[in-house]
Each structure stands twice: as structure tokens, then as C-alpha cells.
Design a binder for this molecule. Structure first.
Ligand SMILES: [Zn+2]
Length: 42
């Protein structure tokens, strides 16, 4: 199987490079490009 429609339950994917997001100090951050997802701040 090559196509993975959605990430696993406890794994987030970077929308920028589709890398792995690692949780650091409660903040998700991409280990590949350093992308940090926004926390609903609106
Ligand atoms: Zn990334």
C-alpha cells in the first residue's frame, strides 16, 4: 500500500512538507522544516 489517506491517531503530519511533527513542551513542531501549527488563536 502506497497511499496513506490520513495519519495515525497519535501522529501529526506537517502540511508543508508532510514531515513528522514532534511534540516538544506541549507544542507540535515539524522536525523537518520547523513548521509549527497554529493554536486556534482567533
Ligand atoms: Zn515540515
Amino acid at each position: 500500500m502506497n497511499s496513506q489517506p490520513r495519519p495515525s491517531r497519535s501522529t501529526y503530519r506537517c502540511p508543508d512538507c508532510e514531515g513528522d511533527l514532534a511534540a516538544t513542551d506541549g507544542t507540535w513542531r515539524c522536525r523537518d522544516c520547523g513548521y509549527v501549527p497554529n493554536h486556534g488563536a482567533d
